[in-house]
Write a protein that binds this ligand. Sequence first.
Ligand SMILES: [Zn+2]
Length: 162
Amino acid sequence: MLLHLNSKMMFRTHITIGFLAGLLMLPMLTPLNPVLFIFLALVGSAMPDIDHPESEIGRKVKIVAFLFEHRGFFHSLFATLLFYLLFIYYLGSLRYGVYVFAFVIGYFSHILSDSLTREGIMPFHPLSKFRVHGFIRTGKGFEYVLLIVVFMLSMWRLFTLN
Ligand SMILES: [Zn+2]
């Protein structure tokens, strides 16, 4: 099968992309605490790989990787929506919605970047096995190019924020 244990993008690629996504959304959402906002975007961008036993997060809660297929439900749009609703419900109001949104932006950026890889993702899992994929091989040359480009864009964005 296409899926194997190495079918994950690097942790640092995901958090760098999450960082850029958070930075791009900052001027639009203007949170009171921009540092918390960015931090939550980073957490969100690492979260979907909770379904991978060797990932930074999955290592700590192996039960999730045991129960769920890697790049299955946790890499779907349903999981993104579920996290959003759970956090809003847990917080009991939309007052901190902007921070929940930061997490969701990070989460979505992870799924979007995984969809550019050869293994791809199933956005509507478990309802549909429809798979979206690109040409990037995880952990190989082009992922490093992507990482460097995204990192440079983040630095540019960071230093041009007013
Ligand atoms: Zn992933």
